[in-house]
Design a protein around this ligand. Structure first.
Ligand code: XMP
Ligand code: MG
Length: 183
């Protein structure tokens, strides 16, 4: 499909079709684990928006959805390590089984912070579903329960992931040309 972003992409890592297949599988696995229970999906904004939309549909689970806004990156390609809540959840999560939906688990700072925050708010359990996992850069001992793809140590964009808030609407996941962020 026509767009004016392809020119900034060095290479495509996962096509729209590959992402679709993988998310369908993850949804099925979540259904197997959570059918008959009452999970609450918690999407981490902004990066989760596309993955969350596809994953909750693929899961087929009768469940509520929540969103929390977190920020640690600003406009750089590296985590500042300091996580801020930019938008808090709107409901009580006491005693709830949560499924965190995240675009990418990188240093682990964001999910380490979020897991602690949600447990302190009274969550009963936390299951982490991340589309991408970049274990090579981990600083915190965090592992995801559901991982879409393990990615190499490159800055990736698309399907929700941004650079300086742009490229989130690319239907595929790709590596950005370094010339775009060293300009
Ligand atoms: P941490 O390092 O806290 O990162 O595990 C989690 C958050 O940082 C963002 N992030 C990226 N965003 N390309 C992006 O567009 C990347 O390669 C990347 N690595 C980390 C992401 O928003 C995630 O929620
Ligand atoms: Mg992000």
């Amino acid at each position: 499909m026509r767009n004016n972003m392809d020119q900034d992409i060095l290479k495509v890592l996962y096509t729209e079709e590959e992402i679709h297949q993988r998310v369908e599988q993850m949804g099925k696995e979540l259904f197997e684990q959570f059918q008959g229970r009452d999970p609450l999906f918690v999407g981490v904004l902004n990066g989760c928006f596309m993955f969350m939309a596809d994953l909750v549909r693929a899961s087929g689970l009768k469940s509520e959805l929540e969103f929390i806004g977190l920020s640690s990156y600003r406009d750089a390609t590296k985590s500042s390590g300091v996580v801020q809540i930019t938008r808090d959840m709107q409901r009580d999560i006491t005693g709830r089984e949560l499924i965190i939906v995240e675009d990418i688990l990188d240093s682990g700072n964001t999910l380490a912070f979020l897991s602690k925050y949600l447990m302190a708010k009274g969550a009963k359990s936390i299951t982490i579903a991340t589309l991408l996992d970049k274990p090579s850069r981990r600083q915190k001992a965090i592992t995801a329960d559901y991982v879409g793809f393990v990615v190499p140590d490159e800055f990736v964009v698309g399907y929700g992931l941004d650079y300086a808030q742009v490229y989130r609407n690319l239907p595929y996941i790709g590596v950005l040309k370094p010339s775009v962020y060293t300009k």
